[in-house]
Design a protein around this ligand. Sequence first.
Ligand code: FAD
Ligand code: NAD
Length: 464
Amino acid sequence: MKDLTCRVLVVGGGPGGYVCAIRAGQLGLDTVLVERAALGGTCLNVGCIPSKALIHTAEQFHAATDTASETGLSFGKATVDMGRNVAWRRSIVDRLNRGVAGLLKKAKVRVVTGEARFLDGKTVEVTDGSSSYRINADDVVIATGSDPVSLPDVPFDGPVLSSTEALSLTEVPDRLVVVGGGYIGLELGTAFAKFGAKVTVVEAGDRLLPQYDSALTKPVADRLKSLSVTVHTGTTVVSVSKTGGAVTLQLRTPDGTERTLEAEKALVTIGRRPNAGSAGLSELGLDMAGPAIAIDDRCRTSMRGVYAIGDVTGEPMLAHRAMAQGAMVADLLAGKKRKWDVRAFPAICFTDPEIVQVGQTAEEAKQQGIEVKVSEFPLAANGRAMTRERTDGFVRVVAEKATGVLLGIQAVGTEISELSAAFSIALEMGARAEDVAATIHAHPTQGEGFQEAALGVMGHALHI
Ligand code: FAD
Ligand code: NAD
């Protein structure tokens, strides 16, 4: 057993942990990062990056096979070699893995590979095959992420997949049941539908993506319909049986009746659970917020010198939140004055069309007693959207009625995620509707929809 000491110990090398370690290293703090698997965590290896690569190729495949297009284009018979597609996605992941390793090295972070186990709030033991370490640190950052939740008594194996196995499929299943119509289910389910799978979504809630308002999710539901995806809302899974390479699901529908669904694969995406109970973390006796480690506005846990960041601290489980928390904690450890004071937190669902939400919704603002003005600009009136054959969606601005200060922005549209930066900057900088309206937005872009929605707050949109 080798003994190591350091100023900062980060456990978990996902976007939260590796960003924290890089920043701590940049700030001159002697830092050790422990990771049991590949650097980059869920996001880089089995999450954000490979899923967006899958979505990209699925869209290309679909465009090549779309007979409804009026553009005059027609392609030969499109085929996909999913094995090669998986290999291509892995090559992107490998490149990014190497990039993260290089950045950590440049920041002089020592990376220890292996499974960490907490002995106390300052010490972990790491084992990796034959080598083992005892690492003692002044400050510890827990960044152990989250794991997919399975259906009760239905482990992920054989035809029952979590997102990780779904991203490794080398064949497009003929029939795919997606249990859980949230972020992952709809992002991956849409991609497989575009590759030609017959997709059925089973969602327990009364509508898809319940975290967004129904106007935002309607274009997504309409698109699923046009892709022949069947959606059962208000429906729960009673039992799952695996037979050979296939799977049979017994469902309970909203009226209480039962129905059977058969498919080659079932993708279960009913949420993720913070990885807060293993690795000796339970024995630390940290205060919890449900299944997550409770933190304050500086990511401090209930134990002095122990911080927690990212998915292990619960919702929203997003990579950019983990990264921002990681960078903040490193600054705090270096003695800088920081706290979580975020006005514009973007959330994007990479469905088709994409949904973006930044800041407050009208409902949230009203609940705080703020009188709001809401303006929506439909992409049906946006030239750029027309040139891309996709006019479904809108940009919506929520502003304080008295001052015009922007409180929140929501949008749904094809590749509208790229506008999230503009939305966030406007909100974070305290822009008023008139600031956005007076900013020249290049033509023809979907960004003009943002300007028009801001003009709408002032009562004089130009192109509607
Ligand atoms: P993780 O990325 O989970 O990293 C935790 C790391 O800790 C892992 O590498 C793990 O191996 C390591 N670890 C755990 N325990 C130990 C231990 N005892 N010893 C050593 N190492 C340990 N978010 C977005 O913002 N945008 C997206 O588009 C997006 N798409 C997603 C798509 C999918 C399919 C999935 C599954 C997730 C997606 N997410 C997305 C969510 C995003 O991946 C997570 O929010 C993000 O990875 C959380 O980062 P983290 O650092 O907290 O944890
Ligand atoms: P989710 O919370 O987005 O969706 C889970 C869905 O499953 C919900 O709609 C819920 O009502 C439904 N559900 C729960 N139990 C069910 C049951 N027994 N039967 C049927 N439906 C059931 O969770 P997810 O899609 O697994 O994603 C996990 C996390 O990963 C998300 O919270 C998100 O933060 C993150 N993520 C983000 C992105 C992104 O930013 N674009 C993409 C993927 C994942």
